[in-house]
Design a binder for this molecule. Sequence first.
Ligand code: B12
Ligand code: SF4
Ligand code: SF4
Length: 308
Amino acid sequence: MPEQSITFEMLHETALSLGWDDVGITLPEISKENLESLQSWLQKKLHGKLHYMENPVRFDPKSLFPEAQTAIIFVTNYKQPKIELRKDAGAVASYARGRDYHHVHRKRLKKFIRWLESASGESNIAKPFSDSSPILEKALAVQAGLGWFGKNTLLIHRRFGTFTLLSGVLTSLKIEGIKMEPRLARCGSCTKCLDACPTQAFLAPYILDGKKCLSYHLIESKEPIPDDIRKKNPGYIFGCDICQSVCPHNVRNPLSLLEEFRPESGVGEYIDEAKLELLEKEPERLHGTPLQRRKVAGLKHNLIGTPI
Ligand code: B12
Ligand code: SF4
Ligand code: SF4
């Protein structure tokens, strides 16, 4: 098939038809400012035991795919209704109540790459990523003009706020319309997220001590939760939404319409001891949900402190 040029309009239309809420394109390069911030974060050991964060590929997307000319970044809105924290059950962070977004994204990325290959008439032109690859996804999203860094360190998408998930594709295709937006401070004098964090995990605006974040302890860490962190947990069993729930940029944007993210599609909004017992008998209920990462033993440790 002859080579054809892909326009941003074609790409945008395809991304939306596959279920993404927005898309932007940028150069597969990380700005000096973001490289320095990552370097300093690692030097201060704010990543704790997340050793995968030290992978040097993260500093240069091209080392993941040397032919890359364009980084395509997709945004998925996962906003769910706000829930109250309870004393008798642990709350599940809103991204994790339904199906695992990695799976949702993987399916879309496969279809997108098939389309890209067929529309361009070329093959082996793309490398997909969603969270698990060593890519500085938020920095690329900001660069692609999709939004800004919030003081809570998350991407604030210009329309969908921070309850958004990222994924993308590095491609060897050159696409017109590439953006290289600078990283600007846009939160003004607001400090709601910094003030609301129950573990005081922010060392300063835009700088998170990962080791203090509930999300680190309730999702990622393989070690027992330190007592001081456990005492400060206001009621989460998996992840934490507090620095997003208080953000004024998350008030007016629409809820996600996606069936996959609804609580009925996964373990739901809360887990109490009765649900843990059920999960112990039927652990397959966690399959295909983000909570599979923690498994039943990890969830029990999070809720009632039993050994991991
Ligand atoms: C490691 C990691 C974590 C760690 C560390 C978090 C962190 N802030 O880095 C932990 C386990 C704590 C975590 C928690 C969560 N995570 Co996480 N995580 C990642 C991962 C794998 C890498 C992030 C990273 O590169 N960190 C490196 C540090 C240096 O980056 P940074 O803290 O963002 O620092 C940047 C800014 O602060 C900025 N900056 C620094 N100084 C200044 C100054 C100014 C003025 C400005 C403007 C900017 C600025 O520059 C730095 C470098 O770019 C990404 C996926 C990926 N591959 O990108 C997901 C990702 C960031 N996580 C995500 C999510 C959803 C979460 C949670 C909400 C999950 C939950 N509900 O529990 C929480 C949110 C906690 C929080 N406030 O960040 C989403 C965020 C989507 C979005 N809209 O931003 C991502 C992108 C996954 C995805 N594919 O969608 N996560
Ligand atoms: S996710 Fe929770 S614990 Fe982590 S920084 Fe945000 S408010 Fe703090
Ligand atoms: S709560 Fe305020 S300071 Fe924090 S990210 Fe949102 S706008 Fe920025």
